[in-house]
Write a protein that binds this ligand. Structure first.
Ligand SMILES: *Cc1c(COP(=O)(O)O)cnc(C)c1O
Length: 453
């Protein structure tokens, strides 16, 4: 479900013609629909209401402050994986008590920042990390709430780059090692080791992996109970699918129908549930709009070279991801009825939609049936609201795109397009030279580090 629709005058984001935004803001631009973001959050909140969960939006999926603010105002907490994301969450007005913090490499500085902010939950990924959180909390005279991230060893049947809950990934600890972990650390006074966390991968298009993962977490909680360790928080993670192709994602209701019965009674006995959806809220709420710069025929291939690429949207080249891509103003016979890899429409031809970056892997769509594209056409890349802008980078010195939030018939720039000056605003414009009095042995380490590159 989303609010991007083709009308007579072309693709609209809610009630705004996409071409109008492109003319005003330029391309490439990420366009988000406020109503879609809120509806997706609402569906989760409604479907899982019997569990009264804390729904923590995964900041890394879409981290624009205005969007975080919108979701925080609608009652969301935030799932963060760095100090930078914590700063974003707090700046956007999130209640710190609704922030849950995962990540395998939390630094002392980040942990201290989270302790000082009094966040709701550390999702701890290893024994040395736990010891470090405890050490830092003790030094500050505070007490950290901690859940142990475990790998329930459930195959989420997704891309290997996004499989996180099986054995031998860098995340969490193996589930059978959890009892020993609790026996060893539950007595730590600077930490309240009160929860279990699992995040098994993404995107997960089926309900079954969640059911298995939840069952395993509950069995573990029971086992821990017999050893005197009380689990008061269960964090089920994120990874719920989005509709990259029409109808691909189970609804929030479908997930809830399977999971609520497993947890309802426990919740009435005081168990607190946390969920961390990112993609399922943001992906379908955003499109990337780009312009065709050139159409180039090479051998039997027809390339549409656009002003967006792997630097703007990394998912196609990094995860082999499919994004439905279509011209914003198609002829009447080419208005798509669905968003799928192949559509039954007359007169489509194969294109490779590629970017300007000097890498063969720089593409948005390969071998895709599309209406014949021409220089100047606007293209929309659907399902780009999650892991789009948040993974964008400046490779080849490409300024980051603009972001726009549409609300009904109005639109607002929520991140201005970067300028060429922005590209090097953190750099020094002249090569540092050694002062005549400096001897090589006295070279400060900063200069030494730079010289090694
Ligand atoms: C990335 C991540 C999520 C969100 O995953 P989605 O697929 O966006 O729902 C949730 N929890 C953790 C720990 C993550 O790393």
């Amino acid at each position: 479900m989303d609010h991007f629709q083709f009308r007579e005058t072309g693709l609209h984001a809610e009630d705004v013609p996409v071409h109008r935004i492109a003319e005003s803001v330029g391309t490439p631009t990420y366009i988000y629909s406020r109503a879609t973001l809120l509806e997706h959050l609402k569906r989760f909140q409604t479907a899982f209401a019997p569990l009264e969960p804390t729904i923590c939006f995964a900041v890394k999926s879409c981290s624009n402050l205005a969007i975080l603010n919108l979701l925080a105002e609608a009652g969301a907490g935030m799932d963060i994986v760095s100090g930078g994301e914590l700063r974003r969450a707090l700046t956007a007005g999130t209640d710190p008590g609704l922030c849950v913090y995962a990540g395998v490499g939390k630094t002392d500085e980040e942990i201290n920042y989270a302790l000082d902010s009094n966040i709701g939950l550390f999702n701890c990924e290893s024994a040395p990390e736990f010891e470090n959180i405890a050490r830092l909390a003790r030094a500050r005279g505070t007490r950290a709430r901690v859940a142990l991230r475990v790998n329930p060893d459930v195959d989420p049947k997704t891309h290997r780059h996004t499989t996180t809950g099986v054995r031998s990934t860098k995340f969490g600890i193996d589930i059978e090692d959890a009892p020993a972990f609790f026996d060893r650390y539950a007595g730590e006074t600077a930490c309240d080791l009160c929860g279990l966390h699992a995040h098994i991968g993404s995107p997960i298009r089926e309900v079954e992996p969640y059911v298995r993962s939840t069952r395993r977490l509950l069995e573990l909680a029971d086992l821990l109970g017999t050893r005197g360790h009380v689990i008061t928080t269960l964090d089920l993670g994120g990874g719920f699918a989005a509709d990259y192709e029409t109808g691909e994602a189970p609804s929030a209701r479908t997930y809830a129908d399977a999971l609520v019965p497993l947890l309802e009674e426990r919740v009435s006995n005081g168990l607190r549930i946390v969920m961390e959806p990112g993609r399922s809220i943001a992906a379908n709420a955003g499109v990337l709009v780009a312009r065709v710069q050139y159409v180039k025929i090479a051998g039997d291939r027809r390339f549409a070279i656009i002003d967006a690429g792997m630097h703007t949207l990394l998912r196609p080249s990094h995860y082999d991801a499919f994004h439905f891509t279509w011209p914003c103003s198609p002829k009447e016979q080419h208005v798509p009825m669905d968003r799928r890899a192949s559509l039954e429409l007359e007169g489509l031809i194969k294109h490779d939609v590629v970017g300007p970056i000097c890498e063969t892997g720089d593409y948005i769509a390969l071998d895709r049936d599309l209406p014949p594209l021409e220089r100047g056409d606007l293209l929309a890349v659907f399902g780009s609201g999650a892991y789009g802008m948040s993974m964008a980078n400046r490779y080849n010195s490409m300024p980051l795109p603009a972001e726009v939030l549409v609300d009904g018939d109005a639109f607002h720039v929520i991140r201005r397009r970067e300028t060429l000056e922005d590209l090097f605003s953190h750099e020094s414009a002249s090569a540092p030279t050694a002062t005549p009095t400096a001897t090589p042995t006295a070279t400060p380490t900063a200069t030494h580090g730079a010289a090694e590159q």
